[in-house]
Design a protein around this ligand. Structure first.
Ligand SMILES: Nc1ncnc2c1ncn2[C@@H]1O[C@H](COP(=O)(O)OP(=O)(O)O)[C@@H](O)[C@H]1O
Ligand SMILES: [Mg+2]
Length: 450
């Protein structure tokens, strides 16, 4: 830790405390990280103690913040609290301005606000480049806690949803191979989010509800999450199957809370997986409380809007045949996720093997041999090959290993399908409607570039 780092932090806190027009998003992310304290706002005054400074600049090693600045004539430390202070503010400020460079100011909107002119840095450019507070895991989870509170009911609520801050999302849009059509839809929705004010102005509020349709393992969840990561929006995933397993008295209330959370976290993506289970519960002779919950959900879906509330709703289903008209009509775009064609499979192989050393690697040959397999199947094939190689103490694979893994995978798949012919599962029934037929338009193009 350098003396200037600690002084920057102290001055940042001072400027932040003195200027209430600055907010959390103006603080550098590593400062916020140490300051959230489990809440969704950072209270003033922000005080800098030695512990705090050490948290901000921790890079694994224990370092002494006081040691870094104690030789400076204008610093002081409160012995009890460890709070760091300036004995003379003006001298501290002069020292800082003499020792800082423009890069330091540019990386810190709070400083750009106060001293930008001296360094030829505008507050606007610094703020535009600073990661917004909405991307912070601490902000997202702090806010959720404030809405749902503590206790049994809160825990029940958390079983219904999984919430991710953008910084927690690992899926990368560049690593998902999309059809041309999917690529187009993704671009469209990114534009719609960006220009939602304009869409509101021209009265187009019925935009921003997508339904992802396709067999399991074709990238529906990954694409939705990757969108969240790319757009730096929180991701709220609702597990509809949890609706049926919950204590039913609270379910409708919990559904309401999910939408309340979505509106608070907005702009955000609300992802409703297993959307078909709605239809299932409506058709059958279910408990009245469950019907109420499902109706609440459908009503909330109708009421939420990307343009008005900045909530992008994405539904996903593996069983489109189970959806009735009432469910379909709630979405303004249906995005098909087919099993990947040969070109897409080759591309997926190239992406997932990126970090693996493979002798004579030939993605095209593997694609030829994997007709009908989904992206998630291809991942399983790779995993199998890697584990096989490890059993003979190899971390370097060969094309042969992968071809063997494909063969084993096909064998297991055939066994599983034999088994499923006995059971009359809905999966059998709609997998035929969603196979990899090349008859569908536009799927042969690998709409992906590095
Ligand atoms: N088109 C694709 N491109 C790259 N990876 C894919 C693709 N489809 C599936 N995968 C991989 O397969 C796994 C499962 O995908 P997932 O998004 O969970 O599928 P779904 O939600 O459609 O069941 C993920 O690890 C994902 O990266
Ligand atoms: Mg999924």
């Amino acid at each position: 830790m350098e003396d200037i780092d600690v002084i920057e932090l102290m001055i940042t806190a001072q400027v932040y405390n003195d200027n209430t027009e600055l907010d959390e998003s103006d603080l550098p992310p590593q400062v916020r990280k140490a300051a959230w304290n489990g809440k969704s706002n950072i209270e003033r005054p922000l005080e800098v103690s030695t512990d705090f400074a050490e948290e901000v600049y921790s890079n694994g090693e224990a370092e002494d913040a006081w040691e870094a600045v104690e030789r400076l004539p204008f610093t002081d430390r409160e012995s009890m609290s460890g709070e760091l202070r300036f004995t003379v503010d003006d001298i501290a400020e002069d020292w800082f301005l003499d020792n800082a460079d423009s890069e330091r100011i540019r990386d810190n909107p709070v400083l750009a606000y106060a001293y930008g002119e001296e360094f030829d840095v505008s507050y606007e450019e610094a703020a535009a480049d600073n990661r917004p507070k909405e991307a912070d895991a601490e902000w997202v989870h702090g806010l959720v806690r404030e809405v749902i509170g503590e206790g049994e009911e809160a825990e029940e609520m958390l079983e219904l949803v999984d919430i991710f801050a953008p910084e927690e999302i690992e899926q990368n849009l560049d690593e998902i191979v999309l059809t041309e059509e999917q690529e187009k839809e993704v671009k469209k929705v990114m534009k719609a989010i960006e220009h939602r004010d304009y869409l509101r102005e021209v009265g187009l509020s019925e935009i921003g509800k997508l339904l992802f349709v396709g067999p399991p393992g074709t990238g529906k969840t990954s694409t939705a999450k990757a969108l969240s990561g790319r757009l730096e929006l929180p991701f709220i995933e609702v597990k509809l199957s949890m609706l049926t397993s919950q204590y039913l008295g609270e379910t409708a209330k919990n559904v309401d809370k999910v939408f309340e959370i979505a509106k608070l976290l907005s702009p955000c993506i609300l992802f409703i997986d297993e959307f078909d289970s709605i239809a299932k519960t409506r058709d059958s002779d279910e408990h009245a409380a469950l019907k109420r919950a499902v109706n609440t959900l459908l009503k909330s879906i109708d009421e939420v809007s990307l343009v008005r509330d900045s909530v992008l709703l994405i539904g996903a289903t593996n069983h489109p045949k189970m959806l009735d008209y009432a469910a379909w009509r709630r979405f303004d775009e249906i995005v098909e996720f087919p099993a990947p064609d040969e070109r897409m499979r080759a591309e997926i192989f190239r992406i997932i093997t990126h970090e693996v050393e493979i002798e004579d690697f030939d993605a095209d040959e593997l694609a030829e041999e994997t007709e009908g397999l989904t992206g998630s199947d291809l991942r399983l094939v790779l995993r199998e090959a890697v584990l096989e190689a490890l059993t003979s103490d190899r971390t370097k694979l060969s094309q042969e290993d992968l071809l063997n893994a494909v063969e084993n995978f096909e064998k297991r798949k055939n066994l599983k399908e034999l088994d499923m012919m006995d059971g009359d599962t809905p999966l059998d029934d709609d997998s035929e409607g969603h196979s990899h037929e090349h008859g569908h338009g536009g799927h042969e193009h690998v709409g992906h570039n590095h």
